[in-house]
Design a protein around this ligand. Structure first.
Ligand code: PLP
Length: 379
């Protein structure tokens, strides 16, 4: 018998399926709306000017070798990354209560965080994590891989094309005490719908009341508003309020370092001793998974985060990207409403945040867009 005869054929990843369909399409003005990567005005990937500068510095550094990093990564990267998300005035950082590890971008941070939870979190009942409905599809697979069942909480309301805030609060209330909840720090994927600061306050109240654990996923810091601090405000607010938490951090989008796989996981402990214990176990887990994280992207980010001039340039580059996205939303909104007088309300296009937008189109309408509205116009 064939060794792998029991291996069933897996369905293709829907995003990659869309990309494949896009590639074979001959329509001259085709656009790929599926891919989560920034494009410039020429529909091309954008290498950030600050990244070009950092790369030049690295390539001129004669002393640079290709040794292994330590298991938890490049210390000057992880410590600066922690400050970037938790803030320079973070009490947890000051009190050395943060255990940080460099990860394989945001996906790796989510995985390592999930694995840590699976091993060490005291689940009150079944091993489950509450995730927004909908969420980044990979969240489900990442948690299931480590034996934690994702359970939906109400988040997106198709009627308002906005946040189902009451549904969200009810889910927080009705979950067993001490439940882990996955939260998108900003620029929710895929809806572009974020809670307001006032709503975050009420959410944090319930986390404290119910002793829930906040599993923050932050893949878009700076991308939502163009301001790194503003986009970190929910995470920082939860830390200030003392909600037990961890943060997954990605530099794929905000530094355009998609392929370099540079990210970090930060776990906030109650004191330094707790953080030391957490770090020691994170090291054990990381060792068997990847031994040590990759150096190149971390070196680039360490340069950018630790040098005042490069850091300022990065902030400008982030503004360029975020403001283009905001600008595109405004143009699309104006086109749909003022120019084309498309039936329906399109205000959600500009109300939503970040690079993702729920159009409000249903499956049938989307299909019609692809199959009918898409044809080479008659000459
Ligand atoms: N988390 C969310 C919500 C995302 O949207 C993404 C990327 O699309 C990631 C994590 C991880 O991305 P990466 O592994 O490229 O950093």
């Amino acid at each position: 018998a064939e060794t792998w005869q029991n291996v069933p054929l897996a369905p293709p990843d829907s995003i990659f399926k869309l990309t494949a369909a896009y590639k074979t399409d001959t329509f001259p003005s085709k656009v790929n709306l599926g891919v989560g990567a920034y494009r410039d005005d020429n529909n091309k990937p954008w290498v950030l000017p600050v990244v070009k500068k950092a790369k030049a510095i690295l390539s001129n550094d004669e002393g640079l070798d290709h040794e292994y990093l330590s298991i938890t990564g490049l210390p000057e990267f992880t410590s600066a990354a922690a400050k970037l998300i938790l803030g320079t005035d973070s009490a947890a950082i000051r009190e050395q209560r943060v255990a940080s590890a460099q990860t394989i971008s945001g996906t790796g941070a989510n995985h390592l965080g999930a694995l840590f939870l699976s091993r060490f979190y005291t689940f009150n009942g079944p091993k489950q994590i509450f995730v927004s409905n909908p969420t980044w599809a990979n969240h489900h697979a990442i948690f299931r891989n480590v034996g934690i069942e994702p359970v939906d909480y109400a988040y997106y309301d198709p009627k308002t094309i906005g946040l189902d805030f009451e549904g969200f609060l009810n889910a927080l209330r009705s979950a067993p005490d001490s439940s882990p909840f996955l939260l998108h720090a900003c620029a929710h994927n895929p809806t572009g719908v974020d809670p307001t600061p006032e709503q975050w306050e009420k959410i944090a109240d319930l986390f404290l009341e119910k002793k829930h654990f906040a599993f923050f996923d932050c893949a878009y810091q700076g991308f939502a508003s163009g301001d790194l601090d503003k986009d970190a405000s929910a995470v920082r607010y939860f830390e200030q309020r003392g909600v037990p938490m961890l943060v997954c951090q990605s530099f794929a989008k905000n530094a355009g370092l998609y392929g370099e796989r540079v990210g970090a996981l930060h776990l906030v402990g109650v004191d330094k001793a707790a953080a030391d214990r957490i770090r020691s176990q994170i090291s054990v887990l990381q060792r068997s998974e990847i031994s040590n994280p990759p150096a190149f992207g971390a070196r680039i980010m360490a340069l950018i985060l630790n040098d005042a001039n490069l850091f300022n340039q990065w902030k400008e580059d982030i503004k360029t990207m975020a403001h283009r996205i905001i600008d595109m939303r405004e143009k699309l909104h104006a086109l749909l409403t003022n120019e084309l007088r498309t039936p329906g309300n399109w205000d959600h296009i500009t109300r939503q945040i970040g690079m993702f937008s729920f159009t409000g189109l249903n499956a049938e309408q989307s299909k019609a867009m692809v199959e009918k509205a898409h044809s080479i116009p008659d000459e």
